[in-house]
Design a binder for this molecule. Structure first.
Ligand SMILES: [Zn+2]
Length: 142
C-alpha cells in the first residue's frame, strides 16, 4: 500500500505518517480493499481490509506470504543478537558481533555486544551501577 504510494511519489499520510488521507484511500480502493466511510480522527483511513472477492483472488498469494512470514520469524528469533539493529549497529563491527553504546547514569559509556551484556551486568567502576543499552526510539509504525 505505502509501497504503491512511494513508487508514485504520492504522500498518502500526513501528521508525521500517522494520518492516512484520501490519497491513501484511493490506492486502497484500487487494490481492492474495503474501508470505513468516515476517517478515524487521528489515524485516518488506516483501517482497510480485503474485500471478500479480493481475498479469494489473492488466496494463493496470501498463503505463500503467511508461510514466508512464518519461516522468517523462525529464522530471526533463533538469533536475538542478530535481530538487534540499533543506529550504531551499522558501524564498528569487529568480528565478535555488532557493538552498541551502553550508558551509565553517571554519564560514562562503553561499546558492547548486546549478547555479552545480556550474559551478566557490566558494572561502572566510577559509580558502581550497571551499564545499560538505551532504548532505540523513533521506529516508524504504519
Ligand atoms: Zn557510572
Amino acid at each position: 500500500m505505502h509501497g504503491v504510494a512511494a513508487a508514485r511519489g504520492v504522500r498518502d499520510t500526513s501528521r508525521a505518517g500517522r494520518y492516512h488521507n484520501r490519497r491513501f484511500l484511493a490506492i486502497a480502493d484500487e487494490l481492492g480493499l474495503d474501508h470505513s466511510e468516515e476517517p478515524h480522527p487521528s489515524s485516518g483511513f488506516s483501517l482497510v481490509g480485503l474485500r471478500p472477492d479480493t481475498k479469494k483472488r489473492y488466496r494463493a498469494t496470501i498463503d505463500r506470504l503467511h508461510r514466508a512470514l512464518k519461516a522468517h520469524t523462525v529464522a530471526t528469533t533463533a538469533d536475538t543478537a542478530r535481530s538487534f539493529r540499533g543506529p550504531a549497529a551499522r558501524h564498528g563491527s569487529s568480528g565478535g558481533g555488532v557493538r552498541v553504546k551502553a550508558v551509565c547514569d553517571c554519564g560514562r559509556n562503553v561499546r558492547v555486544v548486546p549478547s555479552v551484556l545480556a550474559q551478566a551486568p557490566i558494572m561502572c567502576g566510577a559509580c558502581g551501577q550497571a551499564f545499560r543499552i538505551p532504548e532505540v526510539v523513533g521506529a516508524g509504525v504504519g
